[in-house]
Structures are given as structure tokens and as C-alpha cells.
Design a protein around this ligand. Structure first.
Ligand SMILES: [Zn+2]
Length: 402
């Protein structure tokens, strides 16, 4: 059974977080780290009917079997390090368990992307690999801790970010990507990541190094019964504070505290658009707490306002370990990339699930294919008794009308 109650206790756990400075055991200095994040890709060109589109990806369709309408796991972390409670609660992950999660995901063919990339349809992972989003909630100190000497600040290798960076060093094709749903410094709240005076610098470091900042409200309150003004004060207030701290941030998504949605459906619109203190915010989506993978943004089933996440349980059937197994099965239905971020490939039989409007909005091409054939691409199916030879050996892209 899925245990929800520990997640609901999450606010209390957050309030009790101790502020502990750990001793650095050696890793990169903050200011000396090379830029390893993927640079922002320019907007894709609009494909018009009069211009011949680029060919579809030349991959072995029978082997790769791309399915870019499939499911994407979004993993939700809170505290990294320390000794987790005996009864796992989905909120505490030891460093060893977090490293093991990353290794299991890596070995199962997952590669990280940011949540904003999913919402924008910019899912850039190699052919045959699957996207995963690593998220951290609350901007807890255990996610990003600095230790200082007289001359430098080092990222603690035992914090969430330190573990990610070490994993990237060992596995270069695991990019430095993650989304931090950060609680910002406010009138009643401490610095992001809790080390006094370092919140802004940390948020700026994350943005400069390819990570993403998400909104998690200002005061981490249950929004289910809030008025429109209260919701906008929480989300817009957090937006303004985060943008003041890290002006280069591109905030695209909000994660609702404790996964609580406004009960009044008329108020849902304030999750993604509103105004606070004279400044507006406009987001692409909203996230819940648990407990299933999200649909591909190219699938009609995708609901950007109700995106779920997966908690890092070892034993729970709805926990991360079990989802890795389920999504790795041949019937798991996970998103498998064709290796071309401009093309959305899927087996031809899935046509009814295609979210054409979203794909066109993102400036991408669709590429339905028949999942048989060799290295030159999918081969068309020829009807029984049809003597005419197959004419094409590559799938034909559908180009939007002018
Ligand atoms: Zn939270």
C-alpha cells in the first residue's frame, strides 16, 4: 500500500530541520567548477510545408523502438544524508541510498532532464535512453551545503548536489540536471538551503550550472482552501523572491506544498498565472507530491496541472525502486528517445494518443514508424497479396500545414 501519511507530515519534518555544518572532505570549489551544464538550445526553426524537412533519425527502429509518447518518472527528494528513520518515509535518503538510486536509474537507461525541459518538449537524451527528472523540495540544507575555508567555499560531497556532481564525474553521460523546488527567503523564512547569507549565491550557482529552480510557494502552506489573493501571494511572492535572488532563473513550474491543490476548481488558474506585489508570474505546469510517472508531454493524456512524482521508497510498490522495475519491463510504456530532440517518434499504432497541438507549439516534427526493419529505418507494411514493392525504407515525417 502507498503510505501517504509520512508525506503529509513533511511540513513538520521540515520545521524541525537542524542547521548543521559538516566538515568538507574534499570536492570542487564552488567558484572553480567548470561549466558542465548543457547550454540553452536556441528555439527550433518552424518547419513549413514548402521547405523539405530534415530526414527522420537514422536509427535501428526495431532495436531502439523509440516511444516518445511514453511515461517519464519524476523523483521527489527531500533530505539527503544522515541516518533515515527505520520505517522508511520517502523523505529521508541516506547518501548511499541516493547514490544507489542514481546507479539503478543509470543502468536502466535513464538520463536526467529538468522539469521545464519536459514541459517545453525539449527532451534531449540519446537514442534508446529515457528521461528522468530528479527533484528536490523545500531547499533543505542537506540538498546544497557549503563548507568554507579561508579562501574558498566547497560543496559538501555528502549533500544532494555533491552526490550528483560526483556521480556525473563517474558517468559523464549523466548530465548535471535537477529541479530544485525552493522555498525562498521571505519575511518569515530563512535563506534557501538554510545557511545564513548564502541562499542567493546558491540559487545563482544552480542556474549558472544548468540546474533548474522551481516554485514551492513562500511559506509552505496548504493551499486547498486559500482565496485567489492568498494563492497569488504564496506563489507570486515566492516567484518575486526567487527572481530577485537569481535573476537569470527561468521558473516554469510550481510544486504544491504537500501536494495540496485548491479545492475550488475556479482557483486552479492561479497556480500558473497571477500577480503579487505588482509583478506577474506565468508557469507551464503544477506538480503534486506522489506517486506515479507523468505522461509524455507529446501524449494527449499529459496534464500539466496535475503532474505526479515518485517518492524514493525501497519497498513500497509505488516507490522508486519498484517503478524502475516496472518501467524497465517491455510493457512498461516508458518514454524511449529517438535521439533527435526535434522529432517525436512513436509506433504508428499510437497515432490516436498524439498531442499534435503541443508538438506543433514546440516546433517539433512527428515521426510515426512501423516497428520492424533494419538499420536504415522502419519498413512500411505491405498488404497480403500486394505485389508492389515497398517504396520507402524510412518513415515519413508529418509536416504541419502552412
Ligand atoms: Zn515541501
Amino acid at each position: 500500500m502507498f503510505r501517504l501519511s509520512p508525506l503529509l507530515r513533511h511540513r513538520a519534518a521540515f520545521a524541525l530541520l537542524p542547521v548543521v555544518a559538516l566538515v568538507a572532505t574534499g570536492c570542487d570549489a564552488v567558484k572553480k567548477l567548470p561549466f558542465v551544464g548543457t547550454k540553452a538550445t536556441p528555439a527550433p526553426p518552424v518547419v513549413r510545408a514548402s521547405v523539405a524537412p530534415p530526414p527522420p533519425p537514422q536509427i535501428d527502429y526495431a532495436k531502439v523502438r523509440p516511444n516518445e509518447l511514453g511515461k517519464i518518472p519524476v523523483v521527489m527528494y527531500h533530505d539527503i544524508g544522515g541516518i533515515p528513520p527505520k520505517r522508511e518515509d520517502g523523505l529521508h535518503r541516506s547518501v548511499a541510498a541516493f547514490e544507489q538510486d542514481l546507479k539503478l536509474l543509470y543502468d536502466a537507461g535513464f538520463r536526467p532532464v529538468n522539469m521545464g525541459d519536459v514541459l517545453a518538449g525539449k527532451i534531449d537524451v540519446p537514442a534508446g535512453k529515457s528521461p528522468v527528472v530528479i527533484t528536490f523540495d523545500d531547499a533543505r540544507e542537506s540538498q546544497f551545503r557549503l563548507t568554507e575555508t579561508a579562501t574558498e567555499q566547497r560543496i559538501d560531497p555528502q549533500c544532494g548536489l555533491g552526490v550528483l556532481q560526483a556521480f556525473h564525474k563517474k558517468h559523464k553521460d549523466w548530465g548535471l540536471k535537477a529541479t530544485f523546488f525552493a522555498l525562498p527567503k521571505g519575511p518569515k523564512t530563512a535563506d534557501a538551503f538554510k545557511q545564513v547569507g548564502k541562499g542567493d549565491e546558491k540559487l545563482q550557482y544552480l542556474v549558472a550550472n544548468g540546474f533548474e529552480i522551481g516554485n514551492h510557494s513562500l511559506n509552505h502552506r496548504d493551499m486547498s482552501r486559500m482565496t485567489p489573493a492568498q494563492i497569488q501571494a504564496e506563489i507570486g511572492g515566492a516567484h518575486n523572491s526567487l527572481m530577485t535572488a537569481a535573476p537569470e532563473a527561468k521558473i516554469a513550474v510550481v510544486a504544491l506544498p504537500m501536494g495540496k491543490f485548491p479545492k475550488d476548481k475556479a482557483n486552479l488558474k492561479y497556480l500558473t498565472a497571477g500577480t503579487a506585489d505588482g509583478k506577474s508570474y506565468a508557469y507551464e505546469g503544477a506538480m503534486l507530491a506522489a506517486y506515479r510517472p507523468v505522461d509524455s508531454p507529446f501524449n494527449k493524456a499529459f496534464d500539466p496541472l496535475r503532474m505526479e512524482r515518485i517518492a524514493p521508497y525501497d519497498k513500497d510498490p509505488n516507490g522508486l525502486r519498484n517503478w524502475i522495475v516496472k518501467l524497465s519491463a517491455s510493457s512498461g510504456g516508458r518514454f524511449v528517445s529517438d535521439g533527435d530532440a526535434q522529432t517525436v517518434s512513436y509506433p504508428q499504432g499510437e497515432q490516436a494518443q498524439v498531442n499534435t497541438a503541443r508538438i506543433e507549439k514546440a516546433g517539433l516534427r512527428t515521426n510515426p514508424y512501423v516497428p520492424f526493419g533494419g538499420t536504415s529505418g522502419a519498413k512500411p507494411i505491405v498488404g497480403a497479396g500486394d505485389d508492389s514493392p515497398a517504396k520507402a525504407d524510412t518513415p515519413k515525417p508529418i509536416v504541419p500545414a502552412q
